[in-house]
Design a protein around this ligand. Sequence first.
Ligand SMILES: *Cc1c(COP(=O)(O)O)cnc(C)c1O
Length: 489
Amino acid sequence: MRNLKSTTLLFELSQPGRRGASLPPCDVPAPEVSELIPAAARAGGPPPLPEVAEPEVIRHFTNLSTLNMSVDTHFYPLGSCTMKYNSKRNERMAALPGIADLHPLAPEETIQGLLALLYELQLMLGEIAGLPAVSLQPAAGAHGELTALMVAAAHFRHLGQARTKVLAPDSAHGTNPASAKMAGFDFVTVKSNASGFVDMDDLAAKLDDQIAVFMITNPSTLGLFDRQVSEIARIVHAKGGLIYLDGANMNAILGIARPGDFGADMMHYNPHKTFSGPHGGGGPGAGPICVTETLGAYLPTPVVEQRNGHYVLATNRPLSIGRVRSFFGNVGVLVRAYCYLRTHGPEGLKAVSENAVLNANYLMSRVKHILPVPHGERCMHEFVATAAPLKKNHGVTAMDLAKRLLDFGFHAPTVYFPLTVPEAMMIEPTETESKETMDAFAEALFRITEESPELLHDAPHSTLVSRPDEVQAARKPIMKWTAEVGPAS
Ligand SMILES: *Cc1c(COP(=O)(O)O)cnc(C)c1O
């Protein structure tokens, strides 16, 4: 019998003539195709689509969906990604016909409710950031970085200053240098010191009047809050540069510290991380940005404004960098973020961060006996452990541990990031996990480190696909099925 829990493709299930739907014959006279589409533009025959019945299609996709891990099925401590539980209530709100069925070109007066919601979201995001001017347009965190750097570039152009450099610490996410390059800047790496914070001497050495922006992730990707940030802002501002806060780690400081108060001029949020939007499958996410009043002049348009009790999509910004995204951004994700913020309120948001930090410190206190944590006695909402001693003594790598965790029913933590920690395992439990779940995860890690290295090198043993060739998969992906290539092996 065919194992339905397999990667058998619909193409391989196909039987000539089998159909998933039967339509009545067409009862209106059909014009000859040749009258409508010139021969040169027509295909020689129908495309070779799989011919399958409805139950086969449903079983195929339902079974495929169970081959993966998700926040709804497993603990997912993927550091930096904040894989908190996405409450189903926000999904229902975003799916309400009055929201989901709106046409993006509907006249403003017919979508006042949605515009009011987006306007209030702008206010809430600006308040949490301590930066009052907001654009909801960017489609993801990385896109928010790019947009903000374009805003900075427009600002310096307007001032008549030719600044060429964007700086960021070596622990930064890869999107930081990528965004800097895409926005037309040269990228310069600043070293971290032994404690994992910005090396102030290295920063001072690289600061000159060519600096446009210093990008900092704070709390950092090591899960540490860099208390030097105000001093960094002071010296960068003194050189005429701007501070960009990569807000991916806002889950640690909601309602506790505001980036605008500790020196940031611009930041992005990742609502799919911090505000429990669903992520995965490549999106959609969102990457709203908040900037100072001055920089607000350059934000993409339209921005939602309130005029005499009416909400309008305002384009009255002559210095604007223009659009970065169709319509007003990924509204479905923004609606979920709005529901999340309204549900928790100011006190609730603070509790979110306090519990996220508490959970991470609890899990760190259990894990550090198995895997040392090189930086910090305490952490914020995540921590970075290292498998370097295990590798040295037993040849067991962070990748081996990550793969074996799958057999124990846990999604792996983030591995090999940040680059400043060898054999890094970046672990972020989030506030939505229970003590029992974290205990079970620590227990599994402990049991794995007692297992034989051979067993771990071949892990996972319980998944359909064990160890794909990751280099080949990234460099030479096979994106389509053909009879010659056959099924992915
Ligand atoms: C996730 C993340 C980003 C990129 O955000 P996306 O929404 O995935 O584009 C940038 N910086 C850090 C530190 C992140 O964790």
